[in-house]
Write a protein that binds this ligand. Sequence first.
Ligand SMILES: [Zn+2]
Length: 81
Amino acid sequence: MRIEYWCGHCKHLVGQVNCPEWTLEQAERFCGLHTLSPVEHSEWVAYDKNNGVLSVQTVCDYCQSAIERNPELLVEGKLLQ
Ligand SMILES: [Zn+2]
């Protein structure tokens, strides 16, 4: 399976990990996803069974620093790269 990290703000592909031998459970543990609440999990994590891709929503460095500089961007939902 492949794990992809996407920025939830600008939809930029932050990174990916290829680990063909992993089960979904192992991948979730590797990413720490088993510690998420069911609501957080459904919002941040998506698993494409057909392609074997686990998509995890995160925040890229660019958006992280933009949010730190201008926290109101997050509220207004106008974060653009
Ligand atoms: Zn971003």
